[in-house]
Design a binder for this molecule. Structure first.
Ligand SMILES: O=P(O)(O)OC[C@H]1O[C@H](O)[C@H](O)[C@@H](O)[C@@H]1O
Length: 527
């Protein structure tokens, strides 16, 4: 059994801490040194991706210290325990099995007499069969007409991942003739969200997937009722237009008002659930089950790399460790995720939840306070859009924000023009290359307003093209990175008690059980 210890009790962390500002990244990335680093500091990921950390503030000394930390913190052993079914989610007394939805890395995990891998595969098959029948016109609306649109109703983990993945693959599916149905999403309890989506679809030919692991989330239940009301008003029978994705123990599972129910369980956290029916149902309906299977394969391949004990062959662990150095030794408060890919426009939003809900904690997995910084603030937008927005602060602001770029050599659609001797894709890629060097090296100017200090570290994940497999690898990479960082910080990354208080107070507001500031704000908002 691995020993779970606070980061600041580890000898290797003491050594790492002495290496603050050890690497002058501006110098290291200048001239031929920079070219050498780009070639050297690179590790293959799954599905043809590559993690390049040349522009991070590391050298052989820092990397050796990180390797020691990985060993002392027993990161590989902890991952092994996780995928073999240990109760890693101490707060909720649960196993953490999202990897098992895509690959069995270790022993069979059996709970309540059920082989969990078999259960997840069976649910994937159920979603695939349902999608195939919808595409074949075997499951239709009451008039025997095919469904053309699918709308997911869910929030948080039941929305962000699936939405980001759908947007990421929409153009790819169109270019590869696997696009089957348009997908839309309703998440916010703001009535304008549901109303706008409903106004944009043809209700008679729309399927609605109610996705809630717990089956108790206020926003989702409210939006389900909102949609049912619209269906009834249109003279349609809601039970012929709706399916559910939920856990077997949730109130939704007991309802017979759905075409079908696809199950997940308590061992897959909401923010890690895109690979379960939560993402599987909508992606199989939108693009076909084979495309979802390719995404799972890409994630599985990345998971296998994450199980590698050598940090230099394990891009997920290495990325996690460099992030620890940046957060705990260099003291950087945030990390930006910057995909140079319009298809990944919602990927940073998904990672916000994944990372900040997992590691935004100040007590360790035993409920004791920790005395060091944990999860950074995560934000991001696609490039080049972000360059014309918040990059000013990233280049010249008072905080150094480490950057995680993502870039592909080819576009998904392949539709492009050559203007002034370069294609749009080349312009996109030129910008990401330029940004990495600008951030690292800066530029001296006597006019301080025009001076760039540089010393702003970044990494880049590169690939040929964003495909289902490379998207799966990307998803798994960040999930595994977050997991390893949680291990280093000795956190339970798999619960989210911090979201509860607001829910309790909102209920009190709605019940008019308020006083003091809560009452004053209720009055201000006319509730
Ligand atoms: O899928 P559900 O049970 O409806 O949960 C939806 C979301 O709401 C919760 O408040 C949590 O913060 C999220 O982690 C979760 O993904």
């Amino acid at each position: 059994m691995a020993a779970w210890k606070n980061l600041d009790t580890l000898a290797s962390y003491g050594e790492l801490s002495k290496l603050k500002n050890h690497v002058d990244i501006a110098k290291a990335m200048s001239g031929e040194n920079g070219a050498e680093r780009v070639a050297k500091y690179s590790v293959p990921m799954a599905a043809g991706l590559c993690y390049n950390y040349a522009a991070k503030e590391v050298d052989e000394t820092v990397l050796a210290a990180l390797e020691k930390l990985a060993n002392e913190a027993e990161l590989s052993e902890k991952f092994e325990e996780l995928y073999n079914g240990a109760v890693i989610n101490t707060g909720e007394n649960r196993m953490v099995l999202h990897h098992l939805a895509r690959v069995q890395l270790g022993k069979a995990v059996v709970a309540d007499g059920v082989d969990k891998r078999e259960f997840y595969v069976a649910q994937q098959k159920k979603a695939a069969d349902f999608a195939n029948k919808v595409h074949a016109g075997e499951i239709t609306n009451e008039n025997g007409e095919k469904f053309t649109t699918v709308v997911q109703i869910g929030i948080g983990g039941s929305d962000l991942g699936p939405r980001a993945l759908y947007i990421a693959l929409e153009n790819w599916a169109k270019a590869n003739n696997t696009f089957k149905m348009e997908a839309k999403f309703i998440s916010n309890v703001d009535p304008d969200d549901a109303a706008a989506v409903l106004a944009s679809v043809d209700l008679a030919h729309s399927l609605f997937i109610v996705v809630s692991k717990s089956g108790t989330t206020l926003e989702t239940l409210t939006n389900e009722a909102f949609v049912k009301d619209a269906l009834v008003k249109a003279g349609l029978n809601p039970s012929k237009h709706m399916l559910a994705v939920t856990s077997e123990t949730s109130p939704l599972a007991k309802s017979d008002s759905y075409l079908t129910a696809i199950f997940m369980d308590d061992y897959i956290g909401g923010r890690y659930s895109s690979v379960s029916g939560v993402g599987g149902a909508i992606l199989s309906l939108a693009f076909g089950p084979e495309v979802f299977a390719q995404l799972l394969d890409g994630a599985a391949e990345e998971d296998k790399l994450a199980a590698n004990k050598n940090i230099f062959q394990n891009p997920d662990m290495l990325d996690a460790l460099i992030g620890i150095y940046e957060r705990n030794v260099q003291g950087y408060p945030a990390t930006a995720v910057l995909p140079y890919s319009q298809a990944l426009s919602r990927f940073p939003a998904h990672l916000q939840q994944c990372d900040m809900e997992s590691n935004g904690k100040t007590v360790n997995r035993f409920g004791e306070p920790v005395d060091y910084p944990t999860g950074p603030v995560i934000f991001g937008e696609p490039g080049t859009n972000g360059q014309h927005s918040f990059y000013q602060l990233l280049h010249q602001g008072s905080d150094i924000v480490p950057l995680q770029f993502i870039g592909f050599r080819n576009s998904q659609l392949g539709v492009d023009v050559d203007i002034e001797n370069s294609t749009s894709q080349q312009k996109l890629c030129a910008n990401v290359a330029a940004q990495i060097v600008a951030f690292a090296c800066g530029k001296k100017d006597d006019n301080l307003n025009k001076n760039f200090k540089g010393h702003r570290p970044s990494s880049i994940i590169t690939g040929d093209k964003l495909t289902p497999a490379s998207l799966g690898a990307l998803l798994a990479h960040f999930e595994n990175k977050i997991m390893f960082q949680g291990f280093v910080w000795n956190l339970n990354s798999f619960d989210q008690e911090g979201v509860q208080l607001g829910k309790v107070l909102a209920k009190r507001v709605l019940a008019h059980d308020t006083d003091g500031a809560l009452k004053a704000y209720s009055d201000l908002l006319n509730i």
